[in-house]
Structures are given as C-alpha cells and as structure tokens.
Design a binder for this molecule. Structure first.
Ligand SMILES: *Cc1c(COP(=O)(O)O)cnc(C)c1O
Length: 469
C-alpha cells in the first residue's frame, strides 16, 4: 500500500481555499482575461471532455487518433466560420500567442524559401498584439511598427504600403486590435500584399469567434483575397478553458512551413505542427465539445448577448461626463480615455477611474499612454472586454462605472514623480513588497520610465511572485 503524505481531500481543500482568493472567473466582475459564456452547462461539458482526454499525449495524432479527429473537426468549424474553403488548413495551438508565433515562423520560412536573405521584417500597426513583439524577438525578425491615428486607433493604408519592400516577410493586421478594438483596413492591405507576394496575417485572436456574427462589418477574414493566415482564439470567444486557439492557412504549402520536422537524431522521428513536444489535448477536447453542442447558432446567440451588453456600456460611457470611447470599436471590447473636449476640471483620468471601479469590485484593465515612433501620442486608457455574462450584471456594472467616474472626476493623472516619491524613490525595492492595490501609480511609472528599465522591473516583480517562500 502506497504511503501518501496527505489525503486527496485535504489537498483539494487547500486548492479551493487558494482559488477563493483569486479574482472571480465567473459572474462578469473581471473585464479581461476571462470569457464567461454565462452557461454553467458549457463549463461542465468542457470539464468532462478535458477529463476524458487528460491522459492523452497530443504529441502524436497517429498513436492517439482521437486527437486527429478532434483537431480536424475544430479546424473545419473554424474555416467555415472564418471565410475559408476546402483548401483551408491549419492547426489547433495552445493559445493566441502560440498562433501568432507560428504565423511569424511560417512567414519567415516562406520568405526564406522564396529567396529572402538577411533579416526579414514584420510590418504592423503599433496596436498589433505584443505576441508579435515576442515573435520578432524569438525568431530574429525586425518588427516595423506603423503609427495609428490617436483619434481612430487605426492605421492608414498608405503608411503600411510605404514600409513594404523585399525584406518584408509579413504584414500583420488585427480584427480587431486589442488595445482599442479598431478594425484595421484589411481589404486594402491584403490586396497590396497579394500584389507584392507578401504574407498577410489577420490577427483575429480576440474577434475570431465574435465578429462573424456582426453583418455590418466589411469583410475581414479569409474571404478577403490576399489574407494568407488567420488566428482565432478558442479560449476567448470560443468559451473553452485556456490552452486553445486556431491558426488557419489559405494553402497547404504555407501550413507545411509552420511545421518542424527532424530525423537527425537517434530517437523517434519528430514532426511537430506546434511549438511543444508532449502536450495536453484537454483544451482541444473541451473546445471541440463546446463547438459540437453550441454550433454556429449557439455562438451567434452568445455573441448577440455580448453585443447588447457592449452597446449598453458604450452608451453608459457616452453619458459619463469626462470620459470618451476611443475610435470606433468593433466587437465586444473597447477602451475609454479622458475626454479632451471638456475642461480639465471635468475630465476623468481613466486609470484613477479603473482603480475606483476596482474598489467597487469591478476589475478593468489599465493601458498606458504610448509615444508612437514617428506618430501621435496615444492616450492612457482603460480597457473593457465584454462577455455574454456581462448582460446579466449590467445594472450593477453601469452604476459602478458612473460612481467610479464621479469619485475621481477632475483629478489629474497620477504624476510619475509623485508615484516615484510614494515608493520612496527606490522603485525596485518597492516592487519587492506586496503587489500594490492601486495600479494608476504603477502605470504612471510604466509611461514615464524608459522601456528597458520598466521591462527589467516588471520581470523582477513577476519572478518574485512565483519564487518559493
Ligand atoms: C489575446 C490576444 C492575443 C494573444 O493571445 P493569448 O491567448 O493571450 O496568448 C493575440 N492577439 C490578440 C488580438 C489578442 O486579443
């Protein structure tokens, strides 16, 4: 009889108590990170499917044929929804970041196969997701950022075209962008990419399973000629547990460039579609099960709930003196900034606003103001991601947003020097303490300090969080 150190019951009790201290994943109080369908039966189904798949190794879809079937069916659902056809192929990855990394790796290898030499370039608006900064860093490409308009949050086609050249391996555009929910001019950009033989990736990580049900939008998916690949996250508006995204390619040859294969070692021949070796198929199974049960009609109904809640919240923000919505957001997300058209005494600083909402029990996401290279400064904002469950908490959320704005109206943005003084001048030492409950001062520092310094401090901060104590 194996001697166990403690009982399963007590381990799970401790886990439950740790989870109780987390931000709530359900109920709509966290307006980023979590995507709550509001349907408990969908979560139960996902858990059951993940449990069934738990022992499987997703590394080898020939040994575990279930993985091949599930992945094929998920890709088929995604390609139908996202304007693909029978020629559209792709992979299920572990998340948006992996889909973006692989889109870049694919484009780099295609560019090299077509004779490209030296360091290839990714051309993208400054609003492109940070995953592309990571991809450029990991895979040795230059990221060439095109400034966006501070008013619309979107990019001019001509400014993208100016940057194209023989070293441009990939243009990335978003549907929509994460920071401001702007829909980039995909049709025009993709057409020029097609003309010049440059890869064009649509990052629909956040919009992929929400935008297809909005028929007021211009085409933004694989229906657009010239789009060569597209990413869409199942663990966002696919309501799957974390660990699932799709990367679609217009052609099989591009998909093949996504793979890594080697027979140059004495072990088993390696053929990996994605970045990991051994990997879980649990999130794939959960995403697959949700797709089977919901179908396109179920997704449409959930998207409509998010849409109604988003429209109601946009109206709420519109009615709050001193706040304004940035640009013309598309899909179930948007950003708010201080309204520059009212006198400063009536303006609402978006970061103080977010901290005030947090004190009322609602977690909004603070985004720093941003100096664009060769472009306008982008305002500090607060980001809200809306999910189907938001509709059921609208009265409470609306009241909290109004109250939060009222409580900080007229206060200027936190000054970086004051924030520094509050930390006793030693940012690094202060960050070694417990996490602050006010984020506005932290964001003031993020805006004011050189990026290299901020990045170093943030790494120390987050590394210290997981250091055994
Ligand atoms: C979320 C997101 C990503 C990255 O996805 P993760 O799942 O967080 O790795 C990339 N692009 C956009 C537009 C996103 O919203």
């Amino acid at each position: 009889m194996t001697q166990f150190e403690t009982t399963a019951a007590s381990v799970l009790a401790r886990l439950r108590s740790l989870r109780d201290d987390d931000a709530p994943t359900h109920g709509g109080h966290v307006l980023s990170y979590v995507y709550d369908s509001g349907l408990a039966e969908i979560d139960e189904l996902a858990a059951a499917a993940a449990r069934l798949m738990q022992p499987v190794n997703g590394l080898d879809p020939t040994t575990f044929g279930s993985v091949a079937v599930l992945e094929g069916e998920v890709i088929d659902f995604a390609r139908r929804l996202l304007g693909g056809d029978e020629g559209t192929v792709g992979s299920v990855t572990s998340g948006g970041t992996e889909s973006c990394l692989l889109a870049v790796k694919t484009a780099r290898d295609m560019w090299r196969a077509n004779g490209g030499v030296g360091t290839p370039r990714i051309v993208a608006p400054t609003t492109v997701h940070a995953a592309f900064h990571k991809a450029a860093h990991y895979f040795g490409l230059h990221l060439d950022l095109v400034p966006v308009s501070a008013r619309t949050g979107s990019v001019e086609v001509a400014q993208v075209v100016e940057r194209l050249g023989p070293d441009a391996a990939l243009v990335v555009i978003s549907a929509p962008s994460y920071p401001f929910a702007a829909l980039d001019p995909i049709g025009d950009v993709a057409a020029i990419c097609a003309e010049r033989g440059i890869g064009c990736h649509v990052d629909a990580c956040i919009g992929g399973f929400a935008l297809p049900f909005d028929d007021t939008l211009p085409a933004w998916d694989l229906r657009v000629p010239g789009v060569t690949s597209l990413s869409a996250d199942l663990h966002k508006y696919g309501y799957a547990p974390k660990g699932a995204s799709v990367l679609l390619h217009r052609s099989a040859s591009t998909h093949h460039a996504q793979f890594f294969a080697t027979s140059r070692w004495p072990g088993y021949p390696v053929v990996n579609a994605t970045m990991l070796g051994s990997k879980s198929a649990a999130a794939l199974a959960a995403a697959w099960a949700i797709i089977q049960v919901l179908g396109a009609a179920g997704f449409a109904e959930l998207a409509a709930r998010s849409r109604r809640a988003t429209d109601a919240l946009l109206e709420t923000i519109d009615g709050i003196d001193g706040l304004t919505v940035v640009g013309a957001p598309v899909g179930p997300l948007f950003a708010v900034a201080a309204d520059p058209s009212v006198p400063s005494g009536r303006r609402v600083d978006p970061h103080r606003f977010a901290d005030a909402a947090r004190r009322l029990g609602w977690l909004l996401q603070l985004q720093p103001g941003f100096a664009q290279d060769g472009g306008e400064r982008l305002p500090a904002t607060t980001h809200l991601t809306v999910t189907p469950v938001t509709e059921s908490v609208l009265p409470e959320l609306t009241a909290a947003l109004v109250q939060a704005a009222d409580s900080v109206r007229g206060l200027p943005a936190v000054d970086a020097t004051d924030a520094m003084d509050a930390l006793g001048g030693d940012v690094a030492a202060a960050l070694d303490g417990p996490l602050p409950d006010q984020l506005a001062p932290l964001l003031a520092l993020v805006e004011a300090l050189p990026p290299e310094q901020v990045e170093g401090l943030l790494v120390r901060l987050i590394a210290s969080v997981t250091t055994p104590r």
